[in-house]
Ligand binder design. Structure first.
Ligand code: AMP
Ligand code: MG
Length: 482
């Protein structure tokens, strides 16, 4: 591989690359493949500041990988994964290149990765590239999730390459700079477990614990403590998703981060009308990753993590299996605790009563029957609105509220802080992408990004972003971000 030109001797980015220092079995060094005519679309100024990077230093050349900043150690990470239930022993970063890590202003270690920066040893038959549409979708939706208060990878930059990528048609190419607490996935553990490479597995566990759950390093059984912590983080994450109507769309084990951040925005979308069977992904024929199946699938994925950790859980395999099984079977309870806490807030409760779960379920059932818009319904309840579809449910809710200690003002403020006015509605996301791809018009991207940065605040002039799609605007299918 040829060395690339560097910006200057001093790097604008204070890299400290711990993953690159891990055993060579875990990654492959690779440089981004330069592109013809890079152009910046967007730099995330706030995130750059958080990372201690001068946004002025973030150039188009850097955003596409034509210039690799000093201090970076570009590499592709090895991982495996279950894709729609089928185990693939080798996936890995086929089009993403980790430049390195920085410790941010809050002392947290963050990965900086270029997605779409060219082929790697893990590309298989792929071109290593990303199309503009999916890059804009990931930028916008991940930043919207962050503003909603949901753990997620972030977007630092987006740039076009000036080159075409070939999918069903020729599309403009682009690169997304993704920032993550780490890119360690359930599938990263599976990669080494499948190879019976216990040494690398142990190194990965130590690294992941030190990075995400440092308080567990001294635990009697760190692998077990880690499994518990990831289960808790995923229960919390998936419960947050369903509280805003988010459907991830490809919850393969390679798309589940052990940090508990949402990762990999491919065919994801937010539902409009409440229907628990909602599926958007064009490749999800059987609804494996439907809205209401996300918690069971998280549990299924966590069982795969537990399996991958078996050799570290106990020397005796039967004992390891017994421990792992007992742990994973506890997931529904952990999830329900998070789900209930979240939906209690959504209906304005701070106190807890036995019948709350049934009360919430009755609301959801009424919404489903009426095909009520998920976001608008909860927002209306926050403002004291009385949706007609809920006429039968409202009196029971009122009765319950009378036994809750909050004042009306406190309740409205609580509900307003968890029931967003604005979500990235799919028909808007599609229209934003069409404007950029077909007409090089990035104004909708900019405007949507701005509105979605304060999702809990009503904004004058942004009313259209709160509206559900009209009959002709409905989007039923989203396509994978490849
Ligand atoms: P994803 O569906 O984005 O989660 O990707 C699944 C796997 O396919 C990962 O190993 C990716 O790196 C790989 N992949 C996806 N798109 C491409 C591409 N255009 N070129 C090379 N590898 C790809
Ligand atoms: Mg992926």
């Amino acid at each position: 591989m040829t060395a690339l030109p560097q910006t200057s001797a001093r790097s604008a980015i204070a890299f400290d690359n711990s993953y690159a220092r891990l055993p060579g079995s875990m990654h492959a060094g690779v440089l981004p493949t330069p592109v013809e005519a890079p152009r910046l679309i967007k730099v995330n100024q706030g995130l750059a500041a958080e990372l201690g990077i001068d946004p002025e230093a973030l150039t188009a050349e850097m955003a596409v990988g034509n210039v690799v900043p000093p201090g970076a150690s570009p590499l592709a990470q090895a991982y495996a994964g279950h894709q729609f239930g089928q185990f693939v022993p080798q996936l890995g970063d086929g089009r993403a290149i980790l430049l390195g890590e920085v410790v941010d202003q809050n002392g947290r270690r963050r990965d900086i990765q270029l997605k779409g920066a060219g082929q790697t040893p893990f590309s298989r038959r792929g071109d290593g590239r990303a199309a503009l549409g999916p890059v804009l979708r990931e930028y916008l939706v991940s930043e919207a999730m962050h503003a909603l208060g949901i753990p997620t990878t972030r977007a630092l930059m987006a740039a076009t390459t000036g080159e075409k990528v070939y999918r069903e048609t020729a599309l403009p190419g682009a690169v997304l700079t993704r920032v993550a607490a780490s890119h360690i996935r359930v599938g990263t553990f599976q990669f080494f477990a499948a190879r019976r490479d216990v040494e690398s597995l142990k190194a990965l566990l130590d690294h992941a614990v030190a990075r995400h759950y440092p308080e567990l390093a001294q635990a009697e059984n760190p692998a077990l403590a880690f499994l518990d912590a990831v289960m808790e983080a995923q229960a919390r994450l998936v419960s947050r998703w369903v509280q805003v109507g988010f459907v991830h769309g490809v919850m393969n084990t390679d798309n589940m981060a052990v940090s508990g951040e949402t990762i990999d925005y491919g065919p994801c979308a937010f539902m409009d009308a409440y229907d628990p069977a909602t599926v958007f992904s064009s490749i999800d024929e059987y609804g494996r990753y439907a809205y209401d199946n996300q918690a069971p699938i998280a549990m299924w994925n966590l069982a795969r993590l537990a399996e991958a950790l078996l050799s570290l859980l106990d020397e005796d395999r039967d004992e390891a299996i017994r421990i792992a099984t007992a742990r994973v079977e506890g997931f529904p309870q952990i999830y329900t605790r998070h789900w209930l806490a979240g939906f209690r807030r959504k209906i304005g409760l701070v106190s807890e009563e036995e019948g709350d779960l049934e009360l919430i379920q009755a609301l959801l059932d009424a919404m489903q029957l009426a095909r009520a818009d998920f976001t608008i319904t909860f927002r209306a309840l926050s403002h004291g609105g009385e949706p007609e579809a809920l006429a039968g449910w409202l009196p029971t809710w009122r009765e319950r509220l009378a036994r809750d200690p909050q004042t009306e003002a406190e309740r409205r403020s609580l509900m307003g802080s968890v029931n967003p006015a604005y979500i990235p509605r799919n028909h808007r996301v599609e229209a934003m992408i069409r404007a950029a791809v077909d007409r090089q018009d990035y104004a909708p991207f900019e405007e949507m990004l701005r509105v979605l940065s304060s999702p809990y605040e009503e904004q004058a002039g942004a009313e259209a972003y709160a509206e559900p799609p009209g009959e002709t605007e409905k989007v039923y299918r989203t396509f994978c971000g490849t």
